[in-house]
Design a protein around this ligand. Structure first.
Ligand code: E4P
Length: 215
C-alpha cells in the first residue's frame, strides 16, 4: 500500500518527502483554506516540485459542466494533478468526460461501496472512502474498504485504486492495508505518530547509555 500525505502545508510535505515514503498528496478545499492566503494554483504547482506522484486538487462546482471546466484548468497546471470530484451523479458525469480526455480523477467523499462501484464504472483513477468519518457515524469504516476491495477484485476490468482517506490514527493505516486499500492518505501528525513507539525510544536510550558506559 502506498502512502500519500493529506495536507496543503508545504513544510509538512517537504519534511515527509525527505523521509522517502511519499507517493502522492491529497488536498481538499478545507486543507487549502487552512493555509491562509495561499494561492491554489501556486500551492498545487509547488507541491508538484516536492513530490513526484499524483496530487489531488478538488473542484468546487456542483454541476458536471463546472467540474469539467475546473478539472481541465487544474490538469493543465502539471501532469501529476488528479482532479477530485465528489461522489455525486454530476461527479460521475465529470469523471466520464475527463477520463475520455485521458485526465485522471479522484472520486472523493465516498461513504458506501455502491458509490465506489459507480465511480469505477465511470472511469475513476482512484476512489476515496472516508474511513474516519464513517467511524464517526458508529459504522466500521474499515469494513467499507473491505467491501470495495472485494467488489473491485471480482471484475478484472476495474483498475480504479482504493485510496483510504480520513485517516485518524496509525491503526487506520495498518487496517486499510490489510483490508485491501492501494493507498492511504494521512495527516502529517498520523505519519509522525506511526513511527513513534516507547520501546523504540527506550531501546535507543539503553543503547546510548551502554555505549557511553563501555570500558
Ligand atoms: C481525502 O482526500 C480528504 O482530504 C481527507 O482524508 C478528509 O479527511 P478528514 O475527515 O480528516 O477531513
Amino acid at each position: 500500500m502506498q502512502l500519500y500525505l493529506d495536507t496543503a502545508n508545504l513544510n509538512e510535505i517537504r519534511e515527509a518527502a525527505s523521509w522517502g515514503i511519499l507517493s502522492g498528496v491529497t488536498t481538499n478545499p478545507t486543507l487549502i483554506a487552512r493555509e491562509q492566503g495561499v494561492d491554489f494554483k501556486a500551492t498545487i504547482s509547488e507541491i508538484a516540485t516536492l513530490v513526484d506522484g499524483p496530487i489531488s486538487a478538488e473542484t468546487i462546482a456542483l454541476d458536471a459542466e463546472g467540474m469539467l471546466r475546473e478539472g481541465l484548468e487544474y490538469a493543465a497546471w502539471h501532469p501529476n494533478v488528479i482532479i477530485k470530484v465528489p461522489s455525486t451523479t454530476e461527479g460521475l458525469k465529470a469523471v466520464y468526460q475527463l477520463a475520455k480526455k485521458g485526465i485522471r480523477t479522484n472520486v472523493t467523499l465516498c461513504f458506501n461501496a455502491a458509490q465506489a462501484l459507480m465511480a469505477a464504472r465511470a472511469g475513476a483513477f482512484v476512489v476515496s472512502p472516508f474511513v474516519g468519518r464513517v467511524d464517526d457515524t458508529g459504522v466500521d469504516g474499515i469494513q467499507l474498504i473491505r467491501e470495495i476491495a472485494t467488489i473491485y477484485k471480482q471484475d478484472a476490468a476495474i483498475s480504479t485504486k482504493i485510496l483510504s482517506a480520513s485517516i485518524r490514527h496509525p491503526r487506520h493505516i495498518v487496517d486499510s492495508a490489510l483490508a485491501g486499500a492501494d493507498i492511504a492518505t494521512c495527516p502529517f501528525k498520523v505519519l509522525q505518530q506511526a513511527m513513534r513507539h516507547p520501546l523504540t525510544d527506550r531501546g535507543i536510550e539503553q543503547f546510548i547509555a551502554d555505549w557511553k558506559a563501555r570500558a
